[in-house]
Design a binder for this molecule. Structure first.
Ligand SMILES: [Zn+2]
Length: 98
């Protein structure tokens, strides 16, 4: 379901979908981590695991406290965290003989 506000947001529309797909893959909001500006919304972090250092430009970071991005692009730190969880991209997958 896509909320009607999606069609009127000033954020990059593809970026919003990148962010939402991050949730589908299991990633929480970056701005709930220590190091984020205190004005950013808080959420319960019970059960979360820090995969990387705090990334103020993460696709999963809200635009708050002077950090985050309206373009919601995937950063190198985002890639690192995703690869720790899911492995390398398929285009670099190599077959190994067992
Ligand atoms: Zn979100």
């Amino acid at each position: 379901m896509i909320d009607p506000s999606y069609f009127t947001t000033t954020f990059d529309h593809v970026g919003v979908l990148r962010h939402e797909l991050g949730h589908i893959l299991g990633f929480r909001h970056e701005h709930i981590r220590s190091g984020a500006p205190p004005v950013c919304p808080h959420e319960d972090t019970t059960g979360t695991i820090d995969l990387t250092a705090y990334d103020p430009r993460s696709v999963m970071h809200y635009f708050c406290g002077g950090v985050g991005s309206r373009s919601l692009t995937i950063t190198e730190i985002d890639r690192s965290g995703a690869q720790q969880l899911y492995g390398p991209p398929l285009n670099s997958f190599q077959y190994q003989e067992v």
